[in-house]
Design a binder for this molecule. Structure first.
Ligand code: BG6
Length: 488
């Protein structure tokens, strides 16, 4: 009993990180279009904003909100990597063709809200945006690639932050549901797997930052609640529009170990998981906030209004499958913290048993097996791994080859761990690795932090031909897919 016959082998891309064409064909800017790039481990990406009195300031990327009255601004002389990204907007046919050559069974794309509704619902639908994603989906279908469509991924239209103040405004729920409804109707039959939110739990991690104020924490919980309600309403709608639809929501896989065998460290680990992960996934899988989530809010001084209508929506919109991302793990302890290390979205304690990537993310394939068991034991619904991969600096040789044995090693170990979990009974129906084509890093905005099987000739200074090259991992993954994961 190894990987099921129809296992969805594939990869992920995301609109703001790959498309470029940031202001083309009617698209309005998204939050990341205002964000500059930083260099490896050099803090968090930020965007500039201006207050009505002319004062300028910097906002951390992905915070999703600005100080009252502030507007994002772009400054002359700065490079904005998401503006051109990997120029998928003009290369999608070539790119999907290359993925098909690898034998891809699935491709997780995200639809940019700002391409479809550049100025909110009342501003009207942008036909060119609708057409673009239809073409992308048709291209996938042409190559027998199953599209997985994610509606929201770190690309909040700036319009909504400027005009409505972001997700804390409940009006966003209706706006989002209308946007998703349009996509579900327009693309009915072209896609059957849909994800409402990417890494919906990430805002929680913001609450853990030392500089998070009580106001930030309150706002974050309000924003998250509105997203969870919006997600549930979209799940229900998707089922009504097409009973064939399968809908999930996705959590960022933050998994820690206790740094010592002190029982208190175990409890801390458990609590961290509840706080950062399960208080989201329990809601979208089970349809209600568990008791511990309400207690954590109370302890944090958060007052959240959960109306009867919201409760009914959450219960009526439970997902069909649970999706999660997984890159690395870290440790937590109640004792004196040892050396810290970076990780996806969250730093944590270093683990002496693990190696780390050049960006300090600890490499832990066994942790993936643990996550698969833990999630399947807990939920007993099908699982989907969306995002797992290695960010590294690759070298394009003069003959056009790119040798990336480190990526092959990372992925083969993770797939082997995944295989063990499947053989032990976990119901996993797909693996879409991040990111099959080189694109802009979310945390740093760098292009030199590459994840793909396909090398894109673009650099951090805005130069490059955007020509595509196959890395060694391209041929390797092709074989993995052809043998259904038997040859790693
Ligand atoms: C995931 C995000 O958490 O991590 C992606 O969903 C992101 O958007 C990926 O790109 C890798 O992180 P980074 O910062 O290396 O791009």
């Amino acid at each position: 009993m190894s990987f099921p016959k129809n296992f969805l082998w594939g990869g992920d891309i995301s609109a703001t990180q790959i498309e470029g064409a940031w202001d083309e064909d009617g698209k309005s800017p998204v939050e990341t279009d205002y964000a500059v790039g930083v260099t490896r481990n050099d803090g968090i990406r930020y965007s500039w904003y201006r207050l009505p009195d002319g004062t300028e300031g910097k906002a951390h990327i992905m915070s999703g909100h600005l100080p009252k009255g502030a507007r994002f601004i772009m400054k002359d002389g700065l490079h904005y990597p998401n503006h051109t990204a990997a120029d998928f907007y003009h290369h999608y046919q070539e790119d999907i063709g290359l993925l098909a050559e690898m034998g891809f069974k699935a491709l997780n794309i995200t639809v940019s809200w700002a391409r479809i509704y550049p100025n909110g619902v009342s501003g009207g639908v942008n036909p060119k945006g609708v057409e673009f994603y239809r073409n992308v989906l048709l291209e996938c279908r042409k190559h027998h690639i199953e599209p997985i469509v994610t509606f929201y991924k770190y690309d909040m239209p700036a319009f909504y932050i400027d005009q409505l103040g972001g997700w804390s405004n409940r009006k966003l729920i209706d706006e989002f549901v209308t946007f998703c409804k349009l996509c579900l109707k327009e693309y009915k039959g072209l896609a059957k797997y849909w994800n409402t939110f990417n890494e919906i739990n990430v805002p929680f991690l913001m609450c853990l930052r030392d500089d998070a104020s009580q106001e930030d924490i309150q706002l974050t919980y309000e924003e998250l609640h509105n997203q969870l309600v919006a997600s549930a309403r979209v799940v229900k709608l998707a089922h009504e529009i097409d009973p064939e639809n399968k809908v999930g929501c996705m959590c960022c896989g933050i998994f820690a170990y206790p740094a010592t065998c002190d029982p208190k460290d175990f409890l801390l680990m458990q609590r961290t998981a509840q706080k950062c992960f399960y208080s989201c996934s329990d809601v979208f899988v089970r349809g209600y906030y568990p008791a511990y989530a309400l207690r954590i809010m109370e302890e944090q001084g958060v007052k959240l209004e959960i109306s009867e209508a919201d409760k009914a929506d959450l219960m009526a919109g439970k997902v069909d499958y649970m999706a999660f991302s997984y890159y690395s793990s870290n440790t937590v302890t109640t004792h004196t913290q040892g050396e810290q290390t970076a990780g996806n979205m969250m730093a944590g304690g270093k683990n002496p048993y693990l190696e780390a990537s050049a960006w300090g993310w600890q490499i832990d394939p066994t942790g993936l097996k643990r996550a698969l068991h833990e999630l399947y034991d807990r939920y007993q619904i099908p699982l989907l791994i969306i995002e797992n991969g290695l960010g590294a600096e690759d070298t394009l040789e003069t003959d056009g080859s790119v040798h990336d044995p480190y990526r092959i090693e990372y992925m083969s170990k993770h797939i082997a761990a995944m295989k063990e979990a499947v053989e032990e009974g976990v119901d996993l129906f797909g693996y879409t690795m991040w990111a099959c084509i080189d694109l802009v890093s979310a945390s740093t905005g760098e292009l030199r932090k590459r994840y793909g099987f396909i090398y894109v000739d673009a650099d951090d200074e805005g130069g490059g031909t955007f020509k595509r090259y196959k890395k060694d991992s391209f041929g390797w993954y092709k074989k993995v897919i052809a043998t259904n994961g038997e040859e790693l």
